[in-house]
Write a protein that binds this ligand. Structure first.
Ligand SMILES: [Zn+2]
Length: 117
């Protein structure tokens, strides 16, 4: 999952990748604070675990929909109508379901706070 935090110096949003599914796991992995270098200004940012947040990956939805449009375009000219009627919702449904799952994971992460002294 990708986690986000704001730089204390330039307020730019930064992200890093982790295997942690919640803040407890992140705390185990990183301690009470994360130490990451800001990609924008280079400042080493210290952020408490509770100040780090998760966001669903919007590219899943954007790229999924673009692929969906391309597939729809191709099958419209090559398959019978009855198949198109069933295929199109599936083609657009899959990226949407994947994005919903991401969204659920992200809000589960954001809901649970840890005590960090
Ligand atoms: Zn910065």
């Amino acid at each position: 999952m990708k986690l986000y935090f704001y730089c204390s110096s330039c307020q730019e949003e930064n992200s890093f990748k982790t295997k942690a599914k919640d803040r407890f796991e992140l705390q185990k992995e990183r301690g009470n604070e994360i130490n990451e270098r800001c990609k924008n200004c280079g400042t080493v940012v210290k952020r408490r675990i509770n100040r780090v947040h998760a966001k669903p990956n919007k590219w899943l939805l954007i790229i999924g929909s673009l692929i969906g449009i391309v597939i729809t375009f191709i099958i419209t000219f090559s398959l019978p109508l009855i198949i198109i009627v069933f295929a199109v919702p599936a083609v657009f449904g899959i990226p949407f379901i994947a994005w919903k799952a991401e969204d659920k994971k992200a809000s589960a992460f954001n809901k649970v706070m840890v005590s960090d002294g």
